[in-house]
Design a protein around this ligand. Structure first.
Ligand SMILES: Cc1cc2nc3c(=O)[nH]c(=O)nc-3n(C[C@H](O)[C@H](O)[C@H](O)COP(=O)(O)O)c2cc1C
Length: 248
């Protein structure tokens, strides 16, 4: 069964890149403002009970140089419930340098000064060794970061069965092979940082049971990516049901 994806080499300014697409994204999100969910303790906007909700999750590549990503932050902040700082895409050359603990905390501080109204969550790599992960979490504890996303795609290929297609050594691995590592990372950061961060689980969640395991490991929220590709939109209902019944 196919349960993993390799993503690679999308051009800057598409998907996570900062640029003109940020303005398009902000315009589209503005149309959904009535549907926004507030998960960081802000008051919920008035609206019909049970209305569908979205989390605005714009990301951008922070290497672009101060001006561009600060401008992107200003553009999306009015329509975002939180902004994810992506310093962990394996497809952006040099981005991993920003995961050096001191640099990352400084980056979050500078972003927060520009836009203090929106919670900033930092999306980390799936490839951080435990000591590096705890060092990054410690450094971010002293920054204005409100949450962490654990984790992005992996440069590793563990868990794949061959033969792999040509070029499969390039790009970030997502999907089922990430699940166990993600659960370990969530558990490590939760026990290290207690209630300091909102923790978002991202990696290999393909079922309600996976989502329950993520919450059990210490996550506050779960994200569906590759699982949604393979399982389809019905996965959302399954996960909501599993998570809701787990919290009763
Ligand atoms: C096609 C594709 C594109 C992605 N683009 C981004 C991106 O632009 N920024 C980002 O932070 N993560 C990106 N990711 C990573 C996902 O958001 C997610 O963190 C990762 O795939 C692990 O979750 P999953 O196993 O449920 O897919 C991408 C993943 C895929 C498969």
């Amino acid at each position: 069964m196919r349960v993993a994806l390799l993503s690679r080499e999308y051009p800057p300014d598409v998907y996570g890149g900062a640029g003109v697409h940020v303005e398009y994204l902000a315009r589209e999100l503005a149309k959904l403002l009535d549907l926004r969910v507030h998960c960081f303790g802000e008051p919920r906007p008035a609206g019909p009970p049970g209305s569908p909700e979205v989390i605005a999750h714009p990301t951008w590549d922070a290497l672009e140089g101060g001006g561009r990503h600060l401008a992107a932050l200003r553009t999306v902040a009015p329509v975002a419930d939180y902004v994810a700082v992506n310093v962990s895409s394996p497809n952006t050359e040099g981005l991993a340098e920003l995961e050096e603990p001191g640099r990352l905390a400084a980056l979050v501080r500078s972003l927060s000064e520009v836009e203090p109204r929106r919670p900033l969550v930092v999306k980390l790599s799936a490839d951080l060794a435990e000591d590096r992960l705890t060092a990054v979490a410690d450094a971010l504890s002293d920054s204005p970061a409100a949450g962490l996303v654990l984790s992005n795609t992996s440069r590793g290929r563990a868990g794949l069965r061959g033969p792999l297609p040509p070029g499969a050594d390039q790009g970030g691995l997502s999907g089922r092979p990430l699940l166990e590592g993600m659960l370990t990372a969530i558990g490590t950061v939760r026990s290290r940082t207690k209630d300091r961060f909102t923790l978002m689980a991202s990696g290999g969640i393909f079922s309600g049971a996976d989502a329950q395991r993520a919450l059990g490991a210490g996550a506050d929220l779960v994200q569906l990516w590759t699982g949604l590709v393979y399982a389809g939109p019905g996965l959302i209902g399954e996960v909501v049901e599993a998570v809701t019944s787990a919290s009763i």
